[in-house]
Design a protein around this ligand. Structure first.
Ligand code: IMP
Length: 435
């Protein structure tokens, strides 16, 4: 077993520092070879984590991205789970990692087709304030959770309990659902039966996962927590209302799993070398036109869940510094340096200026953030990165000199080390920097 940073890292977390899609899936997969347990704590199928190995390309929406290599995976209580779409994911992973033990929180909430429909109907009502959700029913499922009318994983193996809960949910949302197929009681019954059918296959995986994680920790197992989305999609600390519906920051490990954040030894924040975003909302360093197309095509920037073209822009240091502070990050993993290095000139936003004055905070009221002007520093592109360093622990000087300049500059500005550099989709196109 490769120990990435020594015994002090028996527990670690991987979290996103931007708008999601930072490449957390790849970093989690890379690290998971050194961890016995990988735990997801938030979100649902809105997440799309891609892992590329010699065995193929795997897209995870619910199972943690560490599922291919670790021994135990946990879907924590902070998640929202579509039981029907979880089954094929389990079947694929079991072919690659047959010994994997899967534990699903009995308390995690259940996403139904009806929630997906509500998601679509709510977006219509929002009109010009549309969020651009993934239409996966995530927001409505968390709404039901906090309205205390939600369905939990522990409920779905009893068809009568499930029916009653679906009927309550329908009554709560009947104004939105009246013109849809779900106004037909037989469609609701079909849905109940489909979920109940899935429950029969998932029953053996249900657990009091907060106790299971604690038990594995007591046995000395190494545990990795995998976040979905990123700081700027957090409903409390992101660009509200253009956010998702579960907290995405490292602190939500505690509420999403029951495992104390005080026992998480290392927090690894993942940032893309540039920034990408799907959905509406502010994006201070966004680029458009030919440059956006070039970057999008070089980086394959199309949503894993929705296939939507992603908006792209330059690395934003004010955002990164804020995210590093909110997540209390120990080290940064930077991804897609291969893509960015192909450009002739690379820009990085060092500072925001508002009404002619430099500011050292990120305005989060939507009118002010739109008026912010980024101030950029410019770098030369560093071109191709040799394959000879792939998969190795290296000193930073083994990277192309122009990339070294860029990495050192970001480290100095943010005040945190960049310990992992990802330079391609494949698992081994990753290096660890030894200081
Ligand atoms: P929702 O989570 O589907 O409600 O979407 C709310 C916002 O978060 C939208 O802008 C989505 O595009 C964005 N979002 C949600 N999950 C992800 C993700 O995993 N990666 C990137 N964006 C996401």
């Amino acid at each position: 077993m490769v120990v990435p940073n020594g015994e002090g890292d028996r527990t670690a977390a991987v979290v996103g520092l931007q708008f999601g899609d930072e490449g957390k899936g790849k970093i989690t997969d890379y690290l998971s070879g050194s961890y016995d347990v990988v735990v997801r704590f938030n979100g649902g199928t809105n997440a799309g984590h891609t892992v590329v190995t010699d065995e193929g390309t795997f897209k995870f929406h619910l199972l943690p991205s560490g599922s291919l290599r670790t021994s135990y995976v946990v879907l924590g209580s902070g998640m929202v789970i579509d039981p029907v779409s979880l089954i094929p994911e389990i079947e694929i992973v079991k072919k690659i990692n047959p010994a994997l033990k899967i534990m699903i929180s009995r308390n995690a909430h259940v996403v139904t087709k009806m929630h997906r429909q509500i998601d679509v109907e709510e977006e219509k009502i929002r009109s010009s304030l549309m969020i651009g959700t993934t239409a996966q029913g995530i927001g409505p499922t968390y709404e039901d959770k906090y309205a205390r009318t939600g369905i939990r994983m522990a409920d779905i193996s009893d068809l009568n309990v499930l029916r009653e809960k679906i009927e309550t949910m329908y009554r709560m949302h009947s104004n939105l659902l009246s013109g849809t197929e779900f106004s037909d009681p037989s469609k609701r019954e079909d849905m109940a039966k489909e979920i109940n059918g899935a429950a029969q296959k998932l029953n053996g995986y249900l657990d009091y996962t907060e106790l299971a994680i604690e038990g594995l920790y007591s046995q000395g197992k190494r545990i990795l927590f995998e976040g979905a989305q990123g700081v700027f999609l957090d409903p409390d600390f992101g660009f509200y209302p253009f956010v998702t519906s579960s907290n995405t920051i490292s602190a939500s490990i505690y509420t999403g799993t029951g495992f104390s954040l005080r026992k998480v030894n290392r927090i690894i924040g993942v940032a893309k070398a540039y920034v990408s975003k799907v959905g509406e909302g502010p994006f201070p360093t966004e680029v458009t036109g030919d440059l956006a197309k070039q970057l999008r095509d070089l980086g394959g920037e199309y949503g894993t869940t929705t296939g939507r073209p992603r908006r792209v822009g330059w690395l934003d240091l004010p955002m990164l510094k804020y995210a590093v502070r909110i997540d209390d990050v120990d080290e940064i993993a930077i991804t897609k340096v291969d893509t960015l290095g192909m450009l002739d000139k690379v820009k990085v936003c060092r500072q925001y200026v508002l009404d002619g004055k430099p500011i050292d905070y990120i305005p989060r009221d939507m009118d002010t953030i739109k008026r912010v002007q980024p101030v950029y520093d410019e770098f030369d592109g560093w071109g191709q990165i040799s394959d000879s360093i792939s998969g190795r622990k290296i000193s930073i000087e083994q990277l192309p000199p122009r990339l070294v300049r860029y990495i050192k500059y970001v480290e100095e500005q943010v005040g945190k080390p960049i310990g992992i550099i990802s330079m391609g989709k494949e698992r081994n196109r990753t290096v660890r920097i030894i200081k």
